[in-house]
Design a protein around this ligand. Structure first.
Ligand code: NAD
Length: 358
């Protein structure tokens, strides 16, 4: 019996921009750092890392031409400290930066690249996905400026799951949900396209399958590999599409001092609930990737399984700030599947504050 031909899927017109990227993936791949420096013609590399990780980072770079180590990376790239990192690189006559760490460390590499043009090699050890994007962020006081510049895109990204075996379960889970949030918003981005949607759905699938295993057994190399693969895809999705209500709300809450990845995780199911009826195809794809029926509820239940904080109240949001956050979000219009309006955004934030199940 002849099979019925599958009807071709009608495609709307779209623009897809591929970013130049070079990825070295796999257990032990950090051994290729030296070859990647040679490829760039770099002879004096500046290492970047968070306090306390200098020793392990220097061990990773043993035998390589290291000109200096800047180990004072903190979250949100404060301008003064980013300037110090650039000065340290200049003083050491560095011709390249190697950022080994999470989104914060890679953010410092990008800040140095933005003002000095130094090439960056990124060795991510969390699931933030920042290494695949041209997005930089620099904070001053309680405001964070962000922008996109091809100059900050790392020249090579080395994903070595062995370097993530010591990443604590709570950081793994939160940064993994941050990556899932990139994928969800890419699926309903106003400038999304079928290629990015493929990566987004696959990224959610890989992370959803890997994160519970990573949390249960942090040394599970296979699960660590899958999670890094998912975070690579997640970073790639936001590198060329716009973010919407979820990211904007998290940006506002970040300005109130809330931690980045946990805020993304808590707000995600509620932002999805907000957009659910206006982004049905995206919700269907998320549900398919996490093997559930209802996408917002499925994401909420995944977070519960990962032992993540579920209430904004528990990560430092003050009740009095809910209205202010809703007002800031509603007053700055931007593309989102459902119109962004004060009253429903306030309700969303109240649900996230209380950790209510969607
Ligand atoms: P992070 O980089 O702040 O790291 C969290 C903690 O994990 C740090 O204390 C770090 O020292 C520790 N850590 C990292 N790797 C480790 C390892 N292998 N073992 C043990 N501890 C380890 O957190 P994050 O969630 O990766 O990044 C958050 C930052 O990234 C935010 O500032 C956010 O704005 C930024 N970000 C940027 C983009 C972008 O495209 N520009 C995308 C996502 C996130």
């Amino acid at each position: 019996m002849a099979c019925a031909a599958r009807a071709p899927h009608a495609l709307n017109s779209f623009v897809y921009t591929g970013l130049p990227s070079r990825v070295i993936f796999g257990a032990g791949s950090v051994k290729q750092l030296g070859a990647e420096l040679d490829r760039l013609g770099a002879r004096r590399a500046m290492l970047l890392c968070t306090p306390g990780r200098a020793e392990s980072v220097q061990a990773i770079a043993k035998g390589l031409p290291i000109a200096g180590v800047f180990d004072r990376v903190v979250m949100h790239t404060p301008l003064a400290l980013a300037n110090e990192a650039r000065k340290a690189a200049t003083d050491a006559k560095a011709d390249c930066c190697i950022a080994i760490g999470g989104g914060s460390t890679i953010g410092f590499g990008k800040a140095v690249a933005l003002t000095s043009g130094l090439p960056v090699i990124a060795v991510p050890t969390t699931y933030s996905g920042s290494e695949m994007t041209t997005i930089w962020g620099i904070s001053e006081g309680d405001t964070k400026k962000t922008g996109r510049d091809p100059k900050v895109l790392p020249k090579t990204v080395i994903y070595d799951p062995e370097l993530t075996l010591d990443l604590p379960a709570s950081v793994s889970a939160a940064s993994g949900m941050n990556a899932i949030a990139h994928c969800v918003e890419a699926l309903y981005a106003h400038d999304g396209n079928p290629i990015v949607s493929l990566m987004a759905e696959e990224g959610i699938r890989a992370l959803t399958s890997a994160l519970p295993k990573v949390v249960a057994e942090s040394s599970n190399l296979e699960a660590r590999s899958d999670a890094l693969y998912g975070s690579w895809l997640a970073g790639s999705t936001i590198s060329t599409t716009s973010v919407a209500l979820h990211h904007k709300l998290c940006h506002v809450l970040g300005g109130f001092g809330l931690p980045h990845a946990e805020t993304h995780s808590i707000v995600l199911p509620h932002a999805m609930q907000y957009n659910r009826d206006a982004a049905t195809d995206a919700m269907r794809r998320v549900a398919r990737a996490i093997e559930t029926v209802d996408a917002p509820r499925g994401v909420y239940e995944l977070e519960m399984r990962l032992g993540l904080p579920m209430k904004l109240a528990d990560i430092g949001l003050k009740k009095d700030d809910i209205e202010r956050a809703a007002r800031i979000a509603a007053d700055a219009p931007y593309p989102n599947p459902r119109k962004v309006e004060y009253a429903p955004v306030l309700e969303l934030l109240q649900h996230a504050y209380e950790g209510r199940r969607p």
